[in-house]
Design a protein around this ligand. Sequence first.
Ligand SMILES: [Zn+2]
Length: 383
Amino acid sequence: MNSGRGRPSPMGAGRSARPGRRLRYVKRHGSGPNPGLVIFAALIAIIIAVSFFVIFSKKGGEGPAYFETETERATAETERVKDPFFRIEVPSSGVSEGDLILVNYDHPYVFPKKTGLVNVYANKTDDFKVAYTNYELEERVLDRIASLAAELRRTTGEKDLTVNSAYRSLEDQRGVWDMYEREQGIEAARLYVAEPGKSEHHTGLAVDLTVVRDDGSAVSIRDCGHYEEIDGLLVDYGFVLRYPGNKKDVTHIENEPWHYRYVGEPHSRIMTRTGLCLEEYVGFLKEYTADGTVLFLGPDGLLTSLVFDEAASASDGYIVFFVPAESGEYTRIAVPDDAAEYLVSGNNADGFVVTVKLGDADDGIASVAPSVSETVKKHVITD
Ligand SMILES: [Zn+2]
């Protein structure tokens, strides 16, 4: 719950300035200068100046994260006790990795050297089906599909949910494009098929779903009789309908009621609630930064914008904010000390989305952390 220190404001309301840190000092009364007082005042001034340097170098995002001398380090350490954040560094190249990368006509997928792809059929449960035995998905995505399929079967009896398309290599996508072009013409290919290199299926985070009965007959999930339950479960487990018909001007893809994309929690809920597609959501999140206001999803489901420090003081909920990629090798990110778990994802454009879960780490996000997050852990520079 919000501890009460946070002051929610309606989302989209004006930004509050980040509150400056208050320095306490004792005001002394006296008549005329005396040398002792002058020296004392000078010492206070030096202490204040050093404190400001430390504060701005730590909080402003501009100053050095490393300290030149032991004195600076000691001063910073003292300050850190009062500082409710720790800092991490992520490789700036990680901007093309993570659950929230935007892959579309304008943002080609950057194929990584190593993936977390696993074979769907080999890791399948009896609660769902897969169209081909060679299909692969990112492991955390398959875990979620298995969990939601189990819940679907438990609650509705539906056991024929079928993975109809999953990861596609560059060659796979060329094959899909060529087949469409051959059978339906170039115009149809342009409407329904992403160009090779620009398909979400390259990420291993996208899945096409249908329902295939035991006799081999296929129906769309819209017509299977449990569409609402399936769609609701997909959102609960971190997926969004990626190409709704009312967003085709933005996505450049026709309505595809079968194509879902894993974006993780709480983003699936926020995107569904706000009605933003991924192109819009990535732009929307850039409004929220650590030195302005961050997006706060409270445990009551209320979505607000808060000053970073205030959001971090809440005892439960999610904080989401954007950090522009730095031009150097690493980008520095501040994470609240109280974070139960946190996740960093690139947006495949110009920066990182940081998702912080406050409170208990029970059903948290670290268990589905992408490779960037693993990299992150190696680069924690303080705390
Ligand atoms: Zn698809």
